[in-house]
Design a protein around this ligand. Structure first.
Ligand SMILES: [Zn+2]
Length: 467
């Protein structure tokens, strides 16, 4: 038997054990909790991390605990070669589970169901079993492979900041916290807050407020406004016209001389705003069309809509439209909007292409917003790009091709992953490229066949990169 066959056989023979370990970890509710002494993210992540450490020790690995932020699991004590970065924390269970309860994992139809099965405890176990395969088969390595288990990936990754303040980045890192084939480009993230104050006085015919969106990385699917001094009959024709143009639906209720307008569009992740229908912007557009009295607030609303016109998701309104071969086009979505008698507050979330920088992105955006009379504050995290032609990436893709029979190619995404700030880090599996595992949703699952394939791919990759 050649090495691939031996690794494959090991994983096949240990699949039941891998599934059992995954279920054990998924039975722990490791949603983030409040800080406690020695438990930086509360009881849940602490417990999941400690169970994972126990497993790793049981399989004979050396485990180092970094203050319960992160645990590191080493194959050997040789020089650093490859880090594998996975996490033990999970997002909130949420509602709508039908197959099982979120923290009562079960196996059904060749899948494990439960919170964390695909994000990221299942994939972490694929990596651990890959390491077991290489170790227990006694394959010689000249460099170390280290599995790093974090506990705060879902809430800002402060866990690995703690770790990398102590330890150096390995020459190569992959994270089984994405999908196959491989993500080597993550767009930059450029967020801005816009504010403006007003005197708080309303005109006879005016809007009292407009509100939509609560989360900076989600296109608002709902919004609400109230208008005074204008009969519903004056609003309806404008609303009808705009519904036809945008697909956003408006509904109305009358309340002591004012009309409350509710807008229903479609939410979407900020990295793909073109998939949404921005209810907040549609509602701003409607209010701007109404025959209201002139005022500083109304002028501000019109100016705001020039920066963020409905349906424009390429950032051209704030002067950041760009695209390149590596990461495709910049996207921009206005995700929080709130305007009262006294103030306007809004937040955008742009995902910028690899060539966006301070000069061609941050500066023009701030300038455009200020020129329209608003205050602005921004935050820019440049894109993450790892060379798709490097030996590291090519080796990973070759391992992927070998066990899937599919073409291995690099992907660019708009969201950021665990490896965004690492120089030579990519996301690599563990979920198959055509599978939607309901990550972060109800009935999250992981396909057991895909776990086996991922574990085999990782085993081969560890051997090839560290031999
Ligand atoms: Zn994750």
């Amino acid at each position: 038997m050649d090495i691939s066959e031996r690794l494959s056989k090991f994983i096949d023979e240990h699949t039941d054990e891998m599934v059992a370990d995954t279920m054990k970890l998924c039975a722990v509710n490791s949603e983030k909790g409040a800080y406690e002494e020695g438990k930086p993210y509360g009881e849940g992540p602490f417990k999941a991390l400690n169970e994972a450490m126990d497993l790793c020790e049981k399989y004979g690995f050396d485990v180092t605990n970094y203050d319960n932020y992160v645990a590191a699991v080493d194959m050997n004590d040789k020089e650093s070669g490859l880090d594998i970065l996975a996490h033990m924390d999970v997002v909130a269970a949420g509602d709508g589970w039908t197959v099982t309860e979120a923290y009562k994992p079960i196996v059904k139809d060749g899948r494990i169901y439960g919170r964390g099965t695909s994000d990221d405890k299942g994939p972490a176990m694929c990596a651990l079993y890959a390491m077991r395969a290489v170790k227990e088969l006694g394959l010689p390595l000249s460099r170390n492979c280290r599995l790093i288990l974090g506990t705060d990936e879902e809430c800002g990754s402060s866990d690995i900041k703690h770790y990398y303040a102590i330890e150096k980045e390995a020459p190569m890192t992959f994270s089984p916290d994405g999908e196959f084939p491989l993500i080597n480009v993550e767009k930059g993230q450029f967020r801005g807050s816009i504010t403006k104050s007003f005197d708080g006085k309303l005109k006879d015919r005016d809007f009292i407020y407009i509100k939509g969106g609560t989360t900076v990385n989600i296109v608002p699917g709902k919004a609400e406004a109230a208008v005074c001094g204008l009969p519903l009959s004056d609003i309806l024709p404008h609303a009808k016209e705009l519904e036809e143009d945008t697909g956003v639906k408006f509904s109305f209720s009358e309340n002591e001389g004012s009309v409350v307008i509710a807008a229903e569009g479609k939410g979407a992740h900020a990295s793909t705003p073109e998939n949404g229908k921005n209810a907040a912007i549609a509602l701003c557009t409607l209010v701007a069309k109404l025959p209201l009295d002139e005022s500083e607030r109304r002028t501000a609303l019109l100016n705001f809509l020039e920066l963020f016109p409905y349906g424009v998701t390429d950032g051209s309104g704030i002067g950041i439209k760009m695209s390149d071969q590596v990461s495709h086009a910049t996207t921009c979505s206005l995700d929080i909007f709130e305007m009262t008698e006294k103030e306007l507050y809004a937040k955008w979330d742009a995902r910028t292409c690899a060539s966006s920088n301070h000069e061609n992105c941050v500066e023009p955006a701030e300038k455009s917003v200020r020129e329209k009379g608003f205050d602005v504050e921004t935050d820019f995290l440049p894109a993450h790009v790892v060379d798709g032609d490097s030996d590291f990436v090519k080796t990973l893709l070759a391992c992927y091709e070998k066990y899937t029979g599919k073409k291995g190619e690099c992907l660019a995404i708009g969201g950021g992953t665990y490896v965004h700030e690492l120089k030579n880090g990519v996301a690599f599996g563990a979920v198959g490229d055509t599978t939607d595992t309901h990550m972060h949703g109800a009935d999250e699952f992981m396909i057991i066949e895909e776990m086996k394939t991922a574990a085999k791919i990782y085993a081969e990759a560890i051997y090839e990169l560290c031999k």
